[in-house]
Design a protein. Structure first.
Lengths: 447, 485
């Protein structure tokens, strides 16, 4: 029988908050030689928030995985500290107060999701509603008046004083939709058509959903100039399709479709072409001086200057990279916490994903398996795309580093994602109700 | 659905593995080149975030380079050179992207990154203080240095002065003219520094070169001391009074040219060694050179340090007597012409070697290194480079050189009450071009405290400049400055 491990969870949560407070103090010492005056406030704020999250979790999802909340607290906290550090370093757009406020709202969303969503399987009933909502959310930024373009990508929506990135919420809605849809259709989609070499190709008439998702992704790429979200959604869909059908051919078809589409887009649209140039020839003086790879190279200089142990918080120059507090926060962290810090952060992400996938494995129904698997994969996939982008492993696409980058929408959406995983892990780990056996009276057929 | 889920888990693991491998590549393998990339402005910040050690002389009493805390966040520490021009070629400068002189050669001590300072640096890092470098104290005698610069620059000519303490190898003076103010090159404004540098680089007088060690020149008659050393060492029975042939003109074997004496003067057909050196006859030394042979002459020169790549710690261009090109060429090599090329430092080492009873000491500029807390980290111990000649030969050479000053071409170097030994040199450069003027000397004989080489470059010295007229008075002042203390 699974243990609840509530005590261990509380201990790890306290440890995560402690690490973050230490980091916070270290920023102050590195920058000004003294512990920042607001440290107690920040510590109590973050600690209080996480305690609240813990209490909600303990009451409404007592069997939940004990690792998820402390791990997320740690990356969220490190992101908060980095943003504080960049703000103190004179980066105008970095605001630790905003980020803390959004973290608080994220925890509220986390709690609300846990309280409202008593059984995640009810989501299956809203499959098509979720699909519709997802597509609407994706379209919102393109609409006139509501939508807005910042830094060359039209992925923003103006909402009074705030701007939101609806794409982050679309991500959640679409994964719910994919899970519901694929559970219903997976038997058909798994049917084999012709066999080519070693692979069973699906039947041509079943290609419909893949083609539609592909078309939507390419539309996002073209209309919103957002290669990142496009790649994120399409990849998640393909992965879930594979989980549902076990057909490798879907992965291959999806891969070829996307590469083909992206290649064509690269030929037609200069901004996609520039992304590729900035990746392949980042180091060449022409590309660098033209500004195409300036940001990426500055990010790499940041990591390189940090070396193995980093300069220490507050002692480097991470603010030199444009958008060091959002897209490039991973590189900025690398400068001050070094290779060691980056490995730890990647390890934390890997653990969150691992806990999510474990939940999927332990889940008792196909919808839960697909949903948990899909949410875990999309998180891993997002980390891969953005971190791979800012470390020049793959072409750079603007995406949020989950829980670390400055930005409200992403924090809210990702906290909701974790709430869903927590909910499902609670269901998966909850011991099944014991059958009451009335000995002697009824003979139970043993199968 | 568990088996595809497990495969997706493996794929996720692979993705994280790739990210970690790539981050490791950046943070460990490629870190060094990323850190030092010229486009990475952190390099520049790092240069100015260190409380760089000072450069001093006179046992720490005189400051040659100091660090000023500007309080600026990005470029906190700036460098200043209070004594300026006379010291530029030795002290160097610390520019945003380059450095020179001691600033470059001793950089790892000055910026505190040397392994000897690593513990200290670690303490600074943990306590959050700016890193502090070690101070470097030079062997220079600042008074003599300033007088040498004033004298040489005052003549409006190009040249160099080197003075060495014969018994230790301490470099007391190293001046190169023309010089320049190092302060504009130590500013943080890269564009302004580059502009200032380019102006100096394009100057036809080449002020950026340290003529004392970067360039070699024909040593002329000062090299006759080396030829004499080889000749005397070859046979113990020879001394200053040995008679040598001194024809008015010497036909060079294998050619139809003859070698004359300076200005066609006569040396009387036969002369003693001391007479020949005193009035600087050419023909006897040309004959001696041919008699000794190329190999022995080269070997003798090498014992004085010729051909060595010295680091004092500034890099010294190796001197060279030139290739073996036959007897006629050797005759000219023996009197410091042909392909015979010496640095002023090398000629100072010849004088110092003779002064120090034949033993040449390794020349050096760094007296000691002081830690940021004032503790002595390293004190340079004098080191023997080679025994160039025996004490007996050194004593004969000294007698000959005393005669040069007392009765011959070097009279301008006489000091009241002190015995001075010296040798003039007037080296032809190209036919029809003006000569280089040289003077090497040391004093006091018996207990030598200073050996000097003064060099005044061709073209700048006027048409009939001789070592005795142009160079010897400067040597006189430098010796007096050192001995006057």
């Amino acid at each position: 029988m699974t243990a609840k491990r509530r005590g261990a969870q509380l201990g790890m949560l306290a440890f995560a908050v402690l690490i973050v407070m230490g980091a916070y103090a270290s920023v102050g010492l590195g920058l000004n030689g003294k512990v920042p005056s607001g440290m107690l406030g920040y510590g109590l704020g973050l600690g209080g928030l996480m305690l609240a999250a813990y209490l909600v979790l303990a009451k409404w999802a007592p069997w939940a995985d004990p690792l998820l909340l402390p791990l997320v607290t740690l990356v969220n906290g490190v992101g908060l500290v980095m943003i504080y550090r960049l703000q103190e370093g004179g980066i105008k757009d970095a605001s630790a107060a905003n980020q803390l406020m959004w973290t608080a709202l994220g925890v509220v969303m986390f709690s609300a999701t846990l309280i409202v969503l008593k059984d995640h399987r009810t989501l299956q009933r809203f499959t098509y509603t979720a699909g519709f909502a997802g597509v609407v959310l994706l379209i919102l930024p393109v609409l006139p008046f509501i939508g807005a373009e910042h830094y060359g990508a039209r992925i923003w929506m103006n909402l009074g004083p705030f701007s939101l990135q609806p794409g982050e919420f679309a991500k959640l809605a679409l994964v719910v939709f994919f899970a519901g849809y694929l559970v219903a259709k997976r038997d058909v989609l798994a049917l084999a058509g012709r066999r080519l070499l070693f692979i069973d190709l699906p039947r041509a008439r079943d290609l419909g959903p893949v083609l539609i998702t592909w078309a939507v992704s390419i539309a996002v790429l073209v209309a919103e100039k957002d290669l990142g979200t496009s790649l994120l959604l399409f990849g998640a869909f393909i992965a879930m399709l594979y989980i549902a059908t076990q057909r490798t051919s879907w992965v291959l078809i999806g891969f070829l479709l996307f590469v083909g589409g992206a290649f064509l887009a690269g030929q037609i649209f200069t901004h996609v072409q520039a992304r590729f140039d900035g990746w392949l020839h980042a180091d060449s003086p022409e590309v660098y001086n033209a500004g195409t790879s300036y940001q990426l190279m500055q990010g790499l200089f940041s990591i390189g200057s940090g070396g193995i142990l980093g300069t220490g918080l507050g002692r480097g120059h991470p603010g030199l990279t444009p958008f060091s507090f959002s897209d490039f926060i991973f590189d900025a962290t690398g400068e001050e916490l070094g290779l060691t810090g980056l490995m730890a952060i990647l390890m934390v992400y890997a653990l969150i994903v691992e806990r999510g996938l474990r939940t999927a494995l332990a889940a008792r129904d196909p919808f839960s398996k697909l949903l948990a698997g899909g949410l875990s994969f999309i998180l891993a996939w997002q980390v891969f795309i953005i971190v791979g982008g800012v470390t020049r492993l793959i072409p750079l696409t603007g995406l949020v580093t989950p829980f670390m980058s400055a930005g409200g929408s992403a924090l809210l959406a990702n906290w909701m994602l974790i709430a869903a995983l927590v909910r499902m892990s609670d269901a998966a780990r909850r011991p099944p109700p014991q059958a009451i056996q009335d000995e002697g009276l009824t003979q139970v057929m043993q199968r | 659905m568990n088996s595809p889920l497990k495969r997706v888990a493996v794929a996720c693991l692979l993705m994280f593995g790739l990210l970690m491998a790539n981050v490791t590549y950046l943070g460990a393998v490629k870190a060094e080149s990323l850190r030092n990339d010229s486009r990475n402005v952190r390099m520049l910040y790092a240069r100015y975030s260190v409380d760089r050690g000072w450069i001093t002389a006179d046992n720490g009493k005189t400051t040659l380079a100091k660090t000023v805390d500007t309080g600026d966040k990005q470029f906190r520490f700036e460098r200043e050179y209070p004594l300026g021009k006379p010291f530029t070629h030795v002290v160097g400068w610390f520019a945003p992207e380059s450095s020179s002189g001691i600033e470059a050669a001793m950089n790892r001590y000055l910026d505190g990154s040397h392994p000897d300072l690593v513990v200290r640096r670690a303490i600074d890092m943990v306590s959050g203080k700016p890193a502090k470098g070690a101070s470097v104290d030079l062997t220079l005698n600042t008074k003599a240095q300033e007088i040498a610069y004033r004298d040489l620059a005052g003549t409006g000519k190009r040249g160099a002065v080197v003075a060495i303490e014969p018994k230790t190898g301490k470099i007391l003076t190293m001046v190169s003219v023309p010089s320049y103010d190092p302060n504009p090159l130590a500013k943080v404004d890269k564009a302004a520094v580059n502009k200032a540098y380019n102006r100096l680089d394009k100057d036809e007088n080449k002020p950026l070169l340290n003529r004392a060690i970067n360039l070699t020149f024909a040593p002329g008659s000062t090299f006759k001391t080396v030829t004499s050393a080889a000749y005397l060492s070859e046979d113990e029975s020879r001394d200053e009074n040995t008679m040598v042939d001194a024809p008015d003109s010497l036909p060079l074997p294998g050619t139809n040219i003859s070698l004359p004496n300076y200005h066609g003067e006569s040396c009387g057909g036969r002369a003693t060694l001391v007479q020949a050196l005193t009035i600087s006859c050419n023909t006897p030394f040309a004959i001696m050179g041919m008699e000794v042979g190329y190999d022995k002459l080269k070997e003798q020169a090498e014992k004085f340090g010729v051909g060595q790549q010295l680091e004092i710690p500034l890099k010294v261009a190796p001197s060279d007597i030139g290739p073996d090109e036959g007897k006629a060429a050797l005759a000219k090599t023996a009197i410091g012409q042909q392909s015979n090329q010496m640095t002023p430092l090398q000629m100072a080492m010849v004088a110092a070697g003779i002064a120090n009873q034949g033993t040449v000491m390794k020349p050096y500029l760094v007296n000691k290194i002081m830690g940021p807390d004032g503790s002595e980290i390293d004190v340079t111990e004098p080191e023997e480079l080679d025994e160039a000649v025996t004490p007996e030969v050194a004593s004969e050479l000294t007698k000959m050189m005393i005669s040069v000053v007392e009765h011959g071409t070097g009279s301008a170097a006489r000091l009241p009450g002190i015995t001075v030994a010296g040798k003039t040199g007037t080296a032809e450069t190209l036919p029809g071009k003006p000569s280089h003027a040289w003077f090497i000397s040391f004093a006091p004989v018996g207990d030598p405290k200073v050996a000097v080489a003064v060099f005044v470059e061709s073209g700048s010295a006027g048409n009939d400049a001789t070592g005795g007229a142009v160079a010897a008075p400067i040597a006189h002042d430098v010796m007096q400055a050192v001995l006057g203390q």
